[in-house]
Design a protein around this ligand. Structure first.
Ligand code: PNS
Length: 158
């Protein structure tokens, strides 16, 4: 059986923490869909095209990773692409409550889709897309927070 996983998120923008989870998922699944939610209640800072482009460039050396976008329910997307696993990254206990609620809701909606959590790499436990935007807004250094090729392109948006 082909093991296919979906790693969903806003990726607004993608960070090195996301990339670490994508690499580790790609090492453990035959196929990984990185799925960007398009109808989030949050208004994204970066366009969908921009977010897709960054994810594609960052994962160009991972042949089993595909970048996709979806709207509506995550479990519907997972079923459409034949994925039976949702990958989520956990950074801290503060992530847990919301993720637990979403995992149980998704199981209720589609019991065939299992949520699996990967603990973040310790060096990225503080990192989030919001932190990247906050640092960029004040012209701070983004080195180590996102892939180098993204840095100038992020600054350009501020
Ligand atoms: O990067 P984010 O913004 O934390 O990602 C949140 C995301 C996209 C994983 C979450 O909002 C989601 O799965 N949305 C899809 C809607 C859905 O399926 N909701 C039911 C589960 S509560």
């Amino acid at each position: 059986m082909t093991k296919t996983a979906v790693y969903p998120g806003s990726f607004d923008p993608m960070t090195n923490g996301h990339l670490d989870i994508i690499k580790r998922a790609a090492n453990n699944f035959d196929k990984v869909y990185v799925a960007i939610l398009t109808n989030s209640s949050k208004t994204p800072k970066f366009s969908l095209e921009q977010r897709i482009d960054w994810l594609k460039r960052a994962t160009a050396d991972m042949p089993n990773v595909e970048i996709a976008s979806f709207s509506g329910m995550l479990v519907n997307f997972a079923n459409e692409v034949g994925a039976n696993v949702i990958i989520k990254g956990l950074r801290a206990v503060s992530d847990f409550e919301y993720e637990f609620q979403m995992a149980l809701t998704n199981r209720q909606l589609s019991p065939n889709v299992e949520t699996m959590f990967l603990m973040t790499n310790g060096k990225y436990s503080y990192l989030s897309s919001s932190i990247v935007k906050e640092v960029a807004k004040y012209g701070g250094k983004l080195d180590g927070l996102v892939p180098d090729f993204m840095i100038e392109e992020i600054y350009r948006e501020f």
